[in-house]
Design a protein around this ligand. Structure first.
Ligand code: PLP
Length: 430
């Protein structure tokens, strides 16, 4: 089949990556430490990145349109971030004390994200979500909502490896009781809220589901969840780990739907390990150590000097409000061009998303619900990945794209041309 041939060509092209994979298998399960990067027959090993380009162990060059699943918004070795990290390195980085940049980064975030009065840092988006849930639960208890022990999430939601609902749930999820609601289904969600409202301390959702195929939340749906949670005293948490890039103040500002708490991650730490949770003063003050009964939130690397320095430079100087507009406009324009190519060819292939984030789907159904995403032809999606790899386009196996600020017109055109070539070469299969 075409897919088997494309896989074989990938194997033939990448002997050094295969050998690195075998080395990794000696001491890591399946040679893997990030399930997302698992890739059959084997994942490629990256040896270098510069600007918007990557090079693998076999010397192939790629245009990076994956952007480290949104964490790599600055491309590779961005000079402003590089300078900030160099400076931080000169001053040392394990202080066991506060540093000069953490307050600055917190202020930058609080100034831009409408829902955030106060914020705390973690080392990952996962941890940000874990802490937001813990805080929301105690908040409910202290408000006297003692029956509120459950959390509502949505089918297809991804909030980290221990808060994973893409296929409904996972055996390693945090041991909360979950009410899993249907995303973008106002009536279905309202019914579950009516049934379980008293038992819910939080509703956690992505305003656009990222890992689950860049499925944008309908604004009416998000507004309905906002109204229902407000009326019932349930803490609404937006996971904007990926989507905060979609406007200067995140997708919440773009849509005008303001949650009680927000979690962040990915690029805001300048491309270093990062996560955060923040929200209304009343909730976040639970963590104020000067207050009686303050909740503990520790973490050796929460304020690590390299992340804080890179974060202030990246979020403050590089990904400014203007840069956010430019990047998302570029994304909208590229996605429109890609969809125009697919429409013109009359194929069941399309790209969903908002701004600089998008995902390829091998289906003709409009992408509105989990069922639309599930209707995608998986073999075609895989073929797309292998064809992109052969064409020198670095993309996620699931067809996910997150543009970075180093991508210019020429690289955008090359990506569009590669997709056009795929559509024409594989038309009979699409
Ligand atoms: N939330 C969302 C929406 C994500 O996409 C991710 C990661 O992909 C996470 C949380 C988890 O973040 P991290 O991988 O930094 O733990």
């Amino acid at each position: 089949s075409a897919l088997a041939e494309a896989k074989q060509a990938y194997v033939d092209r990448n002997p050094k990556s295969f050998s690195r994979h075998q080395d990794a298998c000696v001491a890591m399960p399946g040679g893997n430490t990030r399930t997302t990067l698992h890739n059959s027959p084997f994942p490629l090993t990256v040896v270098r990145g510069e600007g918007c380009r990557l090079w693998d162990a076999d010397g192939h060059e790629y245009i990076d349109v994956l952007g480290e699943y949104t964490a790599g918004i600055y491309g590779h070795s961005h000079p402003v971030i590089r300078a900030a990290i160099d400076k931080a390195l000169d001053h040392g980085w394990n202080f066991g004390g506060r540093n000069e940049n953490e307050g600055k980064l917190a202020k930058l975030i609080a100034d831009r994200m409408p829902s955030i009065d106060l914020v705390r840092f973690t080392n990952s988006g996962t941890e940000g979500n874990v802490m937001a849930l813990a805080g929301a639960r105690v908040f409910a208890q202290r408000k006297g909502r003692t029956r509120a022990t459950k959390v509502m999430v949505f089918h297809g939601g991804y909030h980290g490896g221990v808060l994973y609902f893409v296929s409904g749930g996972s055996p390693v999820n945090m041991p909360y009781e979950y009410v899993v609601a249907p995303y973008n289904d106002i009536e279905g969600t309202k019914a579950l809220l009516a049934k379980h409202g008293e038992e819910l301390f939080a509703v956690l959702l992505e305003p656009m589901q990222g890992s689950h195929g860049c499925l944008p939340g309908d604004v009416d749906f998000l507004k309905a969840v906002r109204e229902e949670t407000r009326a019932r005293g349930i803490t609404m948490i937006f996971d904007e780990v990926m989507t905060s890039r979609l406007s200067p103040g995140g997708l919440q500002a773009r849509h005008g739907v303001i949650p009680d708490m927000t979690t962040l991650g990915k690029y805001i730490g300048g491309g270093m390990s990062f996560g955060a949770f923040g929200g209304k003063r009343e909730i976040m003050e639970l963590f104020d150590p000067t207050k009686p009964d303050a909740l503990p939130h520790a973490g050796t690397f929460n304020n690590n000097a390299l992340t804080m320095a890179a974060g202030v430079a990246g979020y403050g100087e590089v990904y400014t409000a203007e840069a956010a507009k430019t990047l998302n406009d570029r994304g909208d324009s590229i996605r429109e061009r890609l969809n125009a190519i697919c429409r013109k060819a009359g194929v069941a292939f399309q790209f969903s998303g908002i701004g600089s984030m998008m995902t390829a789907h091998a289906t003709a159904r409009p992408i509105k619900t989990a069922a639309d995403i599930a209707s995608s032809n998986q073999d075609v999606k895989e073929l797309f990945f292998f064809d992109m790899s052969a064409a020198g386009i670095w993309i996620a196996r699931r067809g996910f794209v997150a543009l970075n600020v180093m991508i210019g017109d020429a690289e955008g055109d090359r990506f569009v041309a590669a997709v056009e070539e795929f559509v024409s070469a594989r038309k009979a299969l699409l």
